[in-house]
Design a protein around this ligand. Structure first.
Ligand code: SF4
Length: 705
């Protein structure tokens, strides 16, 4: 146990910003948290969630021992680790032995991307199950980014990162980095980085159906009708080809002429009709992007979670590449982390449509099926039906489309287990929950987000607290589950495969990091241990075409699968939609579907309401603050409405990850922010080409409740 009032350096892994923190400790309690100014990436930044990280550590709602649910009474009872692991292994191996590999469904929540133990051990455990029924939060988030990256650059995580610290024109579609501090663009202290951008004479323009926190500090905000960004981006490409000398791609970029032909009929005038953005504005923004001395177009979750997410992300890359801003200082570049998941092959390149889902014939991406088909794969009888589910750090009942249906489907399973620290809206359906340690009790090296950051840095932080007696790290749970399940299978893997699994899972994450750093040659674990604040490896720099993972070491913009989808854009976005469209939103004090039971984060003004333009309220005779009924094809909810001209007329917004009202969960205490779940309205039938859910632009009606 640390000495009284000791200070230790650590990290926040709650969101992608991965801020370096300094903790003041009193015994085994955190008494103070502040941003670490010596951290070369986060530079002292901290947000309210980071300030609350000690509350998570002490959270009385957090599970610290495995629990088993009595299916009759619903009561949870603590059980021993060995009993819990044996039970989960018996049931999962039993399902495989009786019904085949695909009878096991796996759902991986977003926190796995932030866990070192999952990176080193969780992925191996999941692979060892060899089920096609793998789902994750990625298909309600960023699959279009990964899909486009694998098509154009040859690796799913070769995601171009905006050179925020040097760009002079930052064009943002469907992203709110003032709340997120960057996503697929790790940019801690985004507010200061924007102030710096303005101080050097740069401009930020935000295109969004809501005047977001980022739009408020932008030089210009442009409203766009939800789900229509594709025609705007295609019209920008059209407009770019109209400007003399504006198209100047690098020598290794192919397919330019075919792109020009493909966007011929996507005129700015057509885009104005569909999106609500004037043709003049589209042409002007295109010219500004083309003429800036270093410009970066960036589109994030709002752009990906719509019916044409992949077309949108492709068009963003085309804009950057055709204006000569790809792989250019001040434009967009690729991060070169100390542990390089691209060049080492640590993370696969990504693949699309190698197989399809059983019921709906939906394509996989990167070995995962769209989470929108999860419920039907449990409900529909036949060979390959899911009979047992394992969730890891996820709450898909709140975070995926038609969550209520998924909750009912979970109740029909033969068995369900969860690796999680909470009884939440999803894990309440489990038979067993295995709770791992949390961030302050684990060593941390961020394999994923140091590779997607706006600066090259490396940081390893040893655990702030020792692992409590009787606790298990997530990697130990994954190791033990994989071994126990494998041992119980009727059809044993080969001796070689079992040996490989034992070797891979037998080493600790920290040991693995040491080996990977040595292989990378940029730093060592010893150097990082001596500098827990992190080390600076310099600004992003041009790396193409060497870094490309395409077979030709060239970029072909004219990807058939994307160009073919333009016909769907033509037919589905031929006319403007009538009626109200629903979009989600993110708040700085929330973290997707969790942290709503942290008291200090729930203070302040309520933020669960449906946001709606005053004209839309008046048209329906609804008063500000009253309760309304919001209905979609899938379901309906009742919630308070708040009038605001931050919303584009015709658009309403609910925050995502809300709806902690269910009995039996331990997170229902913070009644101020429970709100309703937007995913009781979102529609699992609405998918992008890549299988990503189209969560935004859902047609809804709003009436007085
Ligand atoms: S922005 Fe906040 S939540 Fe995200 S890593 Fe930093 S302190 Fe943590």
């Amino acid at each position: 146990m640390p000495d009284v009032t000791e200070t230790r350096l650590g990290v926040c892994n709650i969101c992608e910003a991965i801020c370096g923190l300094e903790f003041t400790l009193d015994g085994d309690r955190v008494t103070g948290v502040r941003g670490n100014p010596a951290d070369p990436l986060s530079r002292g930044h901290i947000c309210p969630k980071g300030v609350s990280i000690g509350d998570l550590h002490d959270d009385p709602d957090r599970l610290r021992r495995p629990v088993r649910r009595d299916r009759v009474t619903g009561e949870w009872t603590e059980i021993r680790w060995s009993e819990a692991l044996d039970l989960v292994a018996d049931e999962i191996a039993g399902a495989i032995n009786r019904h085949g590999r695909d009878s096991v469904g796996i759902y991986l929540g977003n926190p796995n991307a932030h866990s070192l133990g999952f990176a080193t051990h969780g992925t191996a455990m999941v692979k060892s199950l060899r089920t096609r029924n793998r789902f994750s939060a990625s298909s309600v988030d960023q699959i279009p980014h990964q899909f486009v990256a694998s098509l154009l650059f040859g690796h799913q995580l070769m995601i171009p990162i905006s050179d925020l610290d040097r760009t002079n024109f930052f064009l943002v579609f469907g992203a709110n980095p003032m709340a997120s501090n960057g996503s697929l663009m790790t940019a801690p202290d985004f507010p200061q980085r924007v102030r710096d951008l303005k101080a050097r004479g740069g401009r930020m323009v935000v295109v969004d159906p809501r005047r977001t926190e980022t739009a408020r500090v932008a030089d210009e905000h442009v409203f766009v009708r939800p789900g229509t960004d594709a025609v705007v981006l295609l019209a920008m490409l059209h407009a770019l080809f109209e400007i003399d000398g504006a198209v100047r791609p690098a020598a290794y970029v192919d397919g330019v002429e075919r792109v020009r032909e493909a966007v011929t009929d996507f005129t700015p005038e057509h885009a104005e009709h569909i999106s609500g953005i004037s043709a003049d504005t589209i042409r002007r923004l295109t010219r500004e992007l083309a003429e800036a001395d270093g410009a970066a177009a960036y589109g994030r979750l709002g752009l990906s979670t719509q019916g044409f997410g992949s077309v949108c992300q492709w068009a963003v890359v085309c804009l950057n590449a055709l204006t000569g801003n790809l792989d250019r200082e001040g434009g967009v570049l690729f991060t070169e982390p100390a542990i390089d998941f691209v060049t080492t092959g640590l993370i696969g390149r990504g693949h699309f449509d190698l197989y399809r889902s059983r019921v709906r014939d939906a394509p996989e991406y990167g070995g995962e099926l769209p989470v929108s088909v999860f419920a039907e794969e449990i409900e529909t009888p036949g060979e390959g039906q899911i009979r047992a589910v394992l969730t890891v750090a996820g709450n898909p009942v709140l975070s995926t489309p038609d969550g209520k249906r998924l909750a009912d489907a979970f109740d029909s399973l033969d068995f369900m287990a969860a690796v999680d620290i909470y009884v939440n809206e999803t894990t309440r359906h489990a038979d067993v929950i295995l709770p791992p340690t949390t961030i302050l009790e684990r060593d941390h090296y961020d394999i994923v987000f140091q590779g997607l950051a706006v600066r090259n840095t490396a940081r390893f932080t040893p655990a702030v607290f020792d692992k409590p007696r009787g606790a298990r790290h997530d990697w130990e749970i994954f190791r033990d589950l994989a071994a126990r399940i494998t041992a119980r299978l009727d059809h044993q893997p080969s001796r070689r495969a079992r040996l490989k699994q034992r070797l891979r899972l037998g080493i600790s994450p920290t040991f693995a990091i040491g080996m990977l750093l040595r292989r990378g040659g940029k730093t060592t674990i010893s150097e990082l241990r001596a500098h827990p604040e992190g080390i600076d490896l310099g600004p992003l720099r041009p790396t193409l075409p060497d870094r490309l993972r395409t077979p030709t070491k060239r970029i072909d913009l004219a990807q058939e699968v994307i160009l073919a989808d333009l016909d769907r854009v033509r037919s589905e976005l031929a006319h403007p939609t009538d009626g109200l469209l629903l979009i989600g939103r993110r708040h700085q004090r929330d973290n997707n579907s969790w942290m709503h039971n942290v008291e200090r984060l729930t203070r302040g003004r309520p933020r669960h309401q449906l946001l709606m333009h005053p004209d839309d309220l008046a048209e329906r005779g609804i008063t500000d603050g009253s309760r309304v009924r919001v209905a979609s094809r899938v379901g309906q909810v009742e919630v308070e409405v708040a009038a605001t001209d931050d919303m584009m007329p015709g658009v309403v917004s609910l925050p995502h990850g809300y709806g902690h009202q269910l009995p039996g969960t331990r997170m229902a205490g913070a009644s101020e922010v429970v709100g309703v779940s937007i995913n009781d309205l979102t529609d699992p039938e609405r998918l992008d080409l890549s299988g990503n859910a189209a969560l935004n632009g859902v047609p809804v009606t709003v009436d007085p409740a």
